[in-house]
Design a protein around this ligand. Sequence first.
Ligand code: ADP
Length: 627
Amino acid sequence: MSKNKKRMPLKDAVKYNWRALKTIYGTRKKVLALRMAKHAFAALTPYVGIWLSARILDEISTSRNPETLTSLVLWTIGSAALITLIQSLLDRWHDAEQAGMYIHISHIMSEKMRKMDFVDIDDPKTHSLISTIQQNQTGGGWGMHRVTHNFNSIWSALFQIGGGIALTVSLFASKVPESAGGYTVLNSPYLTAAIILLMLFITYLAPKFSNSSGKYYAQNADKHNLGNRLFGYYGWFGKRQDNTVDARIYELADFCDKYALDKTDIFASKGYFAKLAKGKMGLLQAASAVTATLFTATVYLYVCVKGWAGAFGVGSITQYIGAITMFAGSFRTIIQQLGDMRNNAIFLKQVFKFLDIPNSMYQGSLTVEKRRDRDYDIEFRNVSFKYPGSEAYALKNVSIKFKVGERLAVVGRNGSGKTTFIKLLCRLYDPTEGEILLNGINIRKYDYENYMSVFSVVFQDFKILSLPLGENVAGSCSYDRERAEKCLRDAGFEERLNTLKDGLDTFLYKEYEPEGIDVSGGEAQKIALARTLYKDAPFIILDEPTAALDPVAEAEIYSNFNNIVGDKTAIYISHRLSSCRFCDKIAVFDEGEIVQYGNHNSLVEETEGKYFELWNAQARYYNEEQQ
Ligand code: ADP
């Protein structure tokens, strides 16, 4: 898209890369130090070999003294062994420290997500931003991880340049003897300076071409990402087990084939990127390769002519060629990596846009009093709410008060505001108007995490993880097994639990464990319920808790519910009114308002009321089902 088209100003590119380095290594200084040591050592040590081989060649081509030769060979072997030893020690040390870096970078992102205001998590713009960041990372390797690679390469190249200069100074300083006639022109400082400049210029050109070519990838990251997403979905469409039946019945083979066989697909031989490669992008790559070769030719020519004219011996020729080639390679690396960092900066900008999303929700500092008698009460006082960006009220002037130990049912048609009511209670959003009080204090004044500890919620879209059953229930690796088992039994999972030979250690799902078990929607809901019970919070909130259960399982759970919930306060959201009969109070929601409030018997008598209407509609449905 157009925002990727322009290149970022150098100053900003430096700023983003520097900030990324600080963000990544700020808490990982040891890895940084080891990384620098490892790369510095690896960059400098090849020169030891180059220097010693040059001395051996010089010796062979001049005095041929056996003692000197033996000593040089021993030095070469000894230093090579020592260097390898130190290098491998540094590598192992570094690798052990470095192992967690990939996870560390991912963790920076997930921590942000965890601490972000829910209103931002729920915002489609945030979703789109995260998804773009992820696609840039997986598709083109752009983003935070690239910064560490760039940094390593530049750091190592700086040392190689230092070593290269040390071994090359004498090439330009050594003089051709006067006896060499016309070759003495090589002693001219102007010619030497011109040759150095020419070499630097050619060295500079190669990565410049290559960066200009790389820019096409950066600028087309959106196309690249879209191609990857489409291929990731449709390219594998026919191979996914859950799609094979649909694919056969609806003859969806064309979809699958398009992404496997169509040559004009974005990554195929006649696709967009192939066209780029055949056009300017490919030409720039070729130009980069040609200039690199041109450089090698210039170096060979200059060194050989100077050696031929007698400025130095055969050994030095190999030394200079080796050192200059390494020097030039490193110089190219630096230019190339700097260009790459600049191309990457536009993607880092998106990462920081995400990391910089401010937490604007007011955060109080009060702690919720941990009462032994669990005597809590909650009050909604004239609460109205509009979702961000929406003009319509999702809740209108809701006032309700409930005390600990009560069972409150929240009922109403889809879209009547039930889930919104719970989201506000859990402070995922703040009311647009009015206030919510816990024990008489506005919930905004409590420390958020502390406030949340009072609630156990099962939302409709709860997640059960591919982990052992017991860990899922406890939400932790170490847990009280007896309690976890009791919670599973209370939640109605007992029968299935008895069939599992590994009990709480049974892995759920097969993604990470072939012996794992699949659970039905209803069973997953029971596990989620057990998790809620395990948390043992004073408030239990169940959003459509039995939606995925069959009527028998539902009846079984409800008949037991009062015992399960014990002295806790329970709030149920349900569209099945029959499930709510046991509740002390029922709040009937309609178009964001509480239109009725009372127990089942009193509400069902109000024949003009919403509850009566809903109740009759459902009763008819159940009666018809039973006929
Ligand atoms: P229920 O739980 O009773 O089905 P909700 O509380 O989910 O109802 O929805 C109440 C109203 O708020 C509906 O009109 C719904 O479309 C709207 N709504 C729900 N979630 C959002 C959201 N994230 N952004 C904008 N509007 C929303």
